[in-house]
Design a protein around this ligand. Structure first.
Ligand code: PBG
Length: 334
C-alpha cells in the first residue's frame, strides 16, 4: 500500500510530534526490558571483578560474582544472559578439548546460576575459539579450518552445555551443517527442549576485536575468520544461511554484528517471520561507550537510540553489553 498523505498544509507531520504524549501515542516501535539478552564474561577465581581494558565499563566476573550479576539482571526483568569464558592460554589445545569438559568454566557457571537464579535464561555459545590454541571456531589442520571434523567437536560441546543446564545454545561457529548435528544430538540425548539460537548470519567483522580480548582469544588467533564467517559485501547469502539453519532445526536466528547490518536484520525478519535477534557486538559497545566517556556523546541517549534501531529493523531482541543500563533507563531507575 503506497503511503497516502494530503499536501501541505492539509498535512503537517509536525502535528504528531508536538508533545511527548503525542509522540508516545504514535510511536511505531517500542523497546522493552523483555527484548534484552545480556552477555557476561566469566573468569576463574573468587570475588573477582576484572575490567576488560578494551570495553570500558565491562568486567570479567568469577562465578560467584556472575551469579550476583545474574540475580541483578533477573531483578530488572532481563529474560536471558549469555555467558562467555575467559580461558587461560594454558587450557587451550589444538583439539579444543576443554570445550566439552563438563567442569569447564561456563558449565560450572551455568550450574551455579541455574541453581541460584532459576528464572533467568542462560545462553551458551557453541564454538571452539575460547578453547582452541589456534583461536579459531573450528579445528585447524595445516592452516585450514576443517568443517566436518569440527562438527564432531561442536556436537560434544553442545551436549556438555545442555547437560550443564544451558537453556539456549548459540552456535556461533559458522561451520556448515552444525545446526542439524547439534539438533539431532540434543534429540538423541533427551534434550528436546534446549533451544537453538543460531548465529545464522555472522559476518567476518573487525567489530569483534574487543571481545577477543575479553575472552583471551586475541593473542591466540592465527589469521582471520574469513573462510567461515560471512563477507560484509553479501546480503542474499545471509538469507540462504538463515533458511538452512531453520531447515536444520534452529528455533531463533541472529544477525551479527548489529548496527552495520540492520538491512540484514530487516530482510531476515520480513523474509522468514521467525524470532530474530541482533548482536550489538563488543566493538559497537566500545565505540559508543568510549566516545561517551570522553563527553562527546550522551551515553544514555545513544544507547537507547541504537537499541530502538534494532526494533525498527524488525528484531525481536538484542544481545547487548548495555542491557543492564538500558533496563534501568526503561524502568526509570536512572
Ligand atoms: C565466538 C564469538 C565471537 C563473538 C561471539 N561469539 C567472536 C568471534 O567470532 O571472533 C563476538 C561477540 C562480540 O564481539 O561482542 N565465535
Amino acid at each position: 500500500m503506497p503511503p497516502v498523505t494530503a499536501p501541505f498544509p492539509l498535512s503537517r507531520p509536525r502535528r504528531l510530534r508536538r508533545t511527548d504524549w503525542m509522540r508516545r501515542l504514535v510511536a511505531e516501535n517500542a523497546l522493552s526490558v523483555d527484548d534484552l539478552i545480556w552477555p557476561i564474561f566469566a573468569c576463574d577465581g573468587e570475588g573477582v571483578t576484572e575490567p576488560v581494558a578494551s570495553m570500558p565499563g565491562v568486567n570479567r566476573l568469577s562465578i560467584d560474582n556472575a551469579v550476583g550479576a545474574a540475580e541483578m539482571a533477573a531483578n530488572l526483568g532481563i529474560p536471558c544472559i549469555a555467558l562467555f569464558p575467559y580461558t587461560d592460554a594454558s587450557v587451550k589445545t589444538p583439539g579444543a578439548e576443554e570445550a566439552w569438559n563438563p567442569e569447564n568454566l561456563v558449565n560450572r557457571a551455568t550450574r551455579a546460576i541455574k541453581a541460584a537464579v532459576p528464572d533467568i535464561g542462560v545462553m551458551l555459545d557453541v564454538a571452539l575459539d575460547p578453547y582452541n590454541s589456534d583461536g579459531h571456531d573450528g579445528l585447524v589442520r595445516d592452516g585450514v579450518v576443517l568443517n566436518d571434523e569440527s562438527l564432531m567437536a561442536l556436537e560434544r560441546q553442545a551436549l556438555a552445555h545442555a547437560e550443564a543446564g544451558a537453556d539456549i545454545l548459540g552456535p556461533s561457529d559458522m561451520m556448515d551443517g552444525r545446526i542439524r548435528i547439534i539438533r539431532q544430538a540434543l534429540e538423541a540425548h533427551e534434550f528436546p527442549d534446549v533451544t537453538i539460537l543460531s548465529y545464522a548470519a555472522k559476518y567476518a567483522s573487525a567489530f569483534y576485536g574487543p571481545f577477543r580480548d575479553a575472552v583471551g582469544a586475541s593473542g591466540a588467533l592465527k589469521g582471520d575468520k574469513k573462510t567461515y564467517q560471512m563477507d560484509a559485501a553479501n546480503g542474499d547469502e545471509a538469507l540462504r544461511e538463515v533458511a538452512t539453519d531453520l531447515e536444520e532445526g534452529a528455533d531463533m536466528v541472529m544477525v551479527k554484528p548489529g548496527m552495520a547490518y540492520l538491512d540484514i536484520c530487516h530482510r531476515v525478519k520480513s523474509g522468514f517471520g521467525v524470532p530474530t535477534y541482533a548482536y550489538q557486538v563488543s566493538g559497537e559497545y566500545t565505540m559508543l561507550a568510549s566516545t561517551a566517556d570522553q563527553g562527546w556523546l550522551d551515553r544514555e541517549q545513544v544507547v537507547m537510540e541504537s537499541l530502538m534501531a534494532f526494533k525498527r529493523a524488525g528484531c525481536d531482541g538484542i544481545l547487548t553489553y548495555f542491557a543492564v543500563e538500558a533496563a534501568r533507563t526503561l524502568l526509570d531507575l536512572g
